[in-house]
Design a protein around this ligand. Structure first.
Ligand SMILES: NC(=O)c1ccc[n+]([C@@H]2O[C@H](COP(=O)([O-])OP(=O)(O)OC[C@H]3O[C@@H](n4cnc5c(N)ncnc54)[C@H](O)[C@@H]3O)[C@@H](O)[C@H]2O)c1
Length: 449
């Protein structure tokens, strides 16, 4: 089938590349000229494992192309996918300005029947809003053309996006038109061979499903973070508790890891957007409000632990903290709402110096953080710890898992290790000589003495 994907970010580029991989002809469009120029030269503007090979293969095969030209993209495609950003607006609700602009531009170029498929995460009712925009543009241009709007939310995870797209748990398709539903089934047939993954529903339910899924996952994270806090208070170990509850089949093991709070481009903004939807309808969201509040608190936790540790060691001012991992999770260079940013800002405010390292997110981190004599970007985890007073692990990249900790200790000036992701055995780390602190695990009080 002939497909246009509008927006070539994390979702759009993966969507376009994966549709091309299974034989569809795809045009990826973006308003960012530089991004399109890079893609035309074979450069992938984001870090996503496995994506580069797929893009290269399909460009060579003539199934994937890039453009900034709406007229060309719309004229060449039956299906127009929307994968533009829907960031958080000032009042917490989803900012639909990018989406509205993209829809308007598609509608302006329409000369025949099109199916507009929304993959962006948008508030319930947006399929109807998109249809009204298209109607408005067509009426203004004096055109009368048939079109359909489908809600097809995306559930991929950054860092695993290609796999998630190629082997989805489910494909949610929201449409009231059975013929369009059949066409979507055909489009996704190559992803649907092993068993039927397609869930056909009405657009409102499809839009709500995306928010409810993210809200559920964020709730599990905040729940575990709250339990971790309690574990620290009572001397229990959250890692053991996690296994104890995860082994209950009704609960399961996934998304039960405590840490430094959720970040990224989805959970924070989607929770806020869902709360805003509820507010607009005068519904309360007691649970979601708490999920968000717990997360805000959790993002500050490591900073508080570090502050507390150094409060009896001359304070944080002038101390150097090595930070391992900057992206909001491993496998991605995405820095949006990353917990590392909260920690770095609080350390800078207290007068500390930070030495920052991340295997792939350095470029994006440099774009976000201010240039400051207190901030130093380094080339690897060992350079980061050279003469540092403490280490803080923020992102659990695999390369930090098995390190030569004797070498780390040789370079480190201090002994403190703040593990925001519970990556190591507390007993082993303490035996090596670290003052080791993790999340939700007992810490010997004397370290704080
Ligand atoms: N990133 C994820 O893990 C993820 C997962 C599921 C769903 N989503 C949702 O998918 C949507 C896209 O997310 P993303 O992370 O890919 O965003 P992104 O910011 O990485 O990419 C969005 C792209 O859209 C382009 N764009 C904006 N306005 C445009 C316009 N009028 N015409 C053409 N291009 C335009 C931008 O230049 C950018 O390249 C969001 O609604 C997001 O919530 C994201």
């Amino acid at each position: 089938m002939k497909i246009l994907v509008v927006g070539t970010g994390y979702v759009g580029l993966v969507t376009g590349a994966c549709f091309a991989e299974v034989g569809h002809h795809v045009i990826c469009l973006d308003i960012d000229r530089e991004k399109i120029a890079q893609l035309k030269q074979g450069k992938i503007p984001i870090y996503e494992p496995g994506l580069e090979e797929i893009v290269e293969r399909n460009v060579q095969a003539g199934r994937l192309e890039f453009t900034t030209d709406y007229a060309y993209g719309v004229a060449s495609s039956l299906l127009c996918f929307l994968a533009v950003s829907t960031p958080q607006g000032a009042d917490g609700s989803a900012d639909l300005s990018y989406l509205k602009r993209a829809v308007t531009q598609i509608a302006e170029e329409m000369t025949e029947h099109k199916i507009i498929v929304n993959k962006s995460t948008v508030p319930v009712g947006s399929a109807q809003a998109v249809a009204e925009i298209v109607d408005g543009v067509l009426a203004k241009q004096g055109k009368s053309l048939p079109f359909s709007v489908v809600s097809n939310p995306e559930f991929l995870k950054e860092g695993d996006a290609v796999h998630d797209f190629m082997k989805p748990d489910r494909i949610v398709v929201g449409t009231d038109d059975p013929e369009v539903g059949e066409l979507m089934r055909e489009l996704y047939a190559p992803f649907n061979v092993n068993h039927d993954r397609i869930l056909l529903m009405d657009p409102l339910s499809a839009e709500m499903t995306k928010y409810a899924a993210n809200a559920m996952l964020a709730t599990r994270i905040s729940f575990m973070n709250e339990m971790a806090q309690l574990c620290e208070e009572v001397g229990a170990d959250i890692s053991k508790v996690r296994k104890g509850i995860g082994s209950d089949q009704r609960i399961g093991y996934s998304f039960l890891y405590p840490g430094v709070g959720y970040g990224g481009s989805c959970f924070p903004k989607d929770i806020q957007a869902l709360r805003a939807t509820a507010r607009n309808r005068e519904c309360s969201t007691l649970l979601l409000d708490a999920v968000e509040e717990v997360n805000q608190k959790q993002k500050q936790l490591l900073g508080k632990k570090i502050h507390h540790y150094f409060s009896t060691r001359g304070g944080l001012s002038g101390k150097t903290i090595a930070i391992w991992g900057l992206s909001f999770k491993p496998g991605t260079d995405d820095m949006r709402e990353a917990p590392s940013l909260v920690l770095i800002r609080s350390l800078l405010q207290e007068g500390a110096f930070v030495k920052l390292f991340d295997p792939v997110a350095m470029v994006r981190a440099k774009e976000i953080l201010p240039s400051s004599p207190q901030i130093c970007f380094v080339n690897d985890e060992f350079e980061a710890v050279q003469d540092a007073d403490a280490i803080a692990l923020l992102t659990e990249w695999k390369q930090f898992r098995f390190l030569d900790f004797d070498k780390v200790l040789e370079k480190l000036k201090g002994r403190a290790f703040f593990d925001g992701r519970n990556q190591y055995s507390p007993a082993e780390m303490r035996a090596k000589g670290f003052d080791y602190f993790s999340i939700g695990q007992p810490s010997p009080q004397l370290l704080f003495a």
